[in-house]
Structure formats: structure tokens, C-alpha cells
Design a protein around this ligand. Sequence first.
Ligand SMILES: *Cc1c(COP(=O)(O)O)cnc(C)c1O
Length: 389
Amino acid sequence: MMLNDEYLIHAYGRHDAAIDHGDGVYLYDTEGKKYLDFYAGIGVNALGYGYQAYNEALKKQLDKVLHVSNYFYTPPLLEASEKVVKATKLDQVFFTNSGAEAIEGALKLARKYYFLKHGQADSEIISFHHSFHGRTTGAVKLTGNAHYQEAFGPLMTGVKYANLNDLDSVKALINDHTAAIIVEPVQGEGGVNPCTKTFMQGLRALCDEYGLCLILDEVQSGMGRTGSMMTYFQFDITPDIVCLAKALGCGVPVGAFVANKKYGDALVPGDHGSTYGGNPFVCAAVSTVFDIYQNDHIVEKAHEAGMYLETKLNELEEKCSHVVGHRGLGLMQGILLDEPNSSAYVQKALEAGLIVVSAGADVVRLLPPLIITHKQIDEAMGILEKILK
Ligand SMILES: *Cc1c(COP(=O)(O)O)cnc(C)c1O
């Protein structure tokens, strides 16, 4: 197939392939080439491709109604809301169309709460260096990486950046204007950097002490990827707000911010909205995703596959001179390279039929579908071993 991209804005460095279809954890391009997918559409396709119960539920909803506006209830909306609230152990949800919009909503919620408490709109937010929260102008300001920001100013003010896993650097930024702390339990784009349990519990304690809103960005790390439905279950804490997207809909564009009642009640009619957010089509997907997770034990499988992947990565590190380590949690892993040439390895893997992605110049990131088997992990390791030796 001729890849004519002259009608596209060239905002992406795309691979030289056009994908035709997927089946299980494999993708097929228009030339018929088969790829083992350890990228899952940036962690979206937790159930891989063609998961029968998922496809059937979407086809059923397609014939009922796709969209009605948020001025009506729909059964899929109500079902999905109960399931996402129970899965996060929080109280109330607002559905968005993307991760960045979930972040924007969480930000507005935290600021509105501060406004109600202080009577002034002069709140500050603490974020982290090397974080990633999305590409809208508010989310990009929260993203602690100058490269994503510099051309798009002036951006929102009132954001300060601390160092991950350094509680003192957070404490030093807290003042009377601080409204919230936002953090990824495992930084994704910033190089697959997990927070420690001590640090996360320290953040929770700081937020309790100073009356701040703890916002967790689990857009990439949530929905079972790290071995528990929410990563924060492993840290024995509960945030005030969690942001979800990516695997929440397993392929349909949907995100959510989920809050405890204290923060959720801060928004009243007229404060926030979205034309598409939580329409019956995407909510039918979300609702089905939670059913499948429960019926087919997806989180348990992901936990088990994640442990296997980690042992395999230890072996890879021993066998390959270009690998100096790995870090991550569960099925969210980064292979650390001896040189800043991750994109060259991503390209080599692609040629060998394996889709992976870089996370910074010296990290190759693995985000397989959560249904990945031992055999398929072995297959991926075989390819990586050849190119990293
Ligand atoms: C992908 C991602 C986002 C942004 O999600 P979009 O759907 O691309 O807007 C935000 N936060 C994290 C941690 C992400 O990985």
C-alpha cells in the first residue's frame, strides 16, 4: 500500500507501516506482516484484539444508541459509573474522552475545592520532574518536561515541580496556596520510574497534614497493568482523585476522573462538561471491560504474567551486553540501555516483528496486552535478545 501522508499534519514520527487488523496479541500490516504487540496502542489494548465478549457488547450497543448528550441518563452510563467507582474504591466519577481531559477535570476539581475553602482563585499545584500528564495546555503545564512546554506559552501559572521519591523536595514547595499534589504511581513517558511505597505513603500523609488534594494519574499504570486493579492498592493508600483513560475502554476513546465525595461534591451543574464524555457507546465498552476483568480474572493474570516478565528481564540483562538493567512494575517495564539509542532498537525490533516503544533516549518500554502468555513473553524475549546482544 502506498503511504501517502501529505494530508496529515506531521505531528507524529510514525513507523513506515500501515496496520490492517489485529488478532489476540498480534497485529498485521497491509503487506501481511505479523507483529507481536508489546505496545498495546500505548497501553490501551489490555484485552488485545478481537476479544469476543468485548466486540459483542459494542455491536449490541451500536444498534441501540451511540450518543444522547449528558442531559439524559443512559443505562450504560449508570452501569459503568458504579463499576469504575467500586474498582477504584472512591465515590463519584466524571467521564471524559481522553487522559488529558481527565487530568484537566481533576485540576478543576482540586481548584474549585480550594476556591470554596479560601474564597480566592490563587491555588498552586505540585507536580514532578519527568512526569507526563497529556498534551492540552493545562496538562502540558503539569508535565515536568520543558521540551513539551517551551513553544506553547504563556501557559497556566501556579505549578511547581518536585523530585520523584524525594519527600523533602515536596515539603519545600508546600505553602498556604498549595491545593494539590499530582503524581503518576509509575512514571510512563518519563522513563518508567516507579514511586516507592514509602514515598507514596509520605505524600498521602503530607496531603492529610496540610489539607491538600492527592491526585494520582493512573492513566497508564491503572486497570491492572502493574499487577493490581489500581497501582495504589499496592501502596495501601487511597488518593482523593484518580485519573484513568488508556485501558479503561480498551480501544474506545474514554477517560475518567474519580473522586471521593469530599472533592466530587465541589463541582455543581454548570462548572464542567463534555459533549461526548461518557456517551452510551464508550460506557458500554467500560462496563463490559469491568465484567471481562472480573469473569476472566484479567488482573490476576496480569499480576502473574508481570512476575514472569520480570524474571525473564533478569535473564535478558545477564545475556545482553547492551542491557544495564530494568525497572518498572508488573507489565509496565523499561529496559535500560547502555547508550541513548532506544529508537534504533525500537526500529530493529519492529523489523524483527516485535512492537515496543521508547521512554526517553535510553529506555525501551514494554506494555504488552494484559492477556499475554508465558509463551508470547518468551517469543518477545527471543527477539530482544537477538537485537540487544
Ligand atoms: C497517556 C497519558 C496521559 C494522556 O492521555 P491522552 O489520552 O493521550 O490524553 C496522561 N497521563 C499519563 C500518565 C499518560 O500515560
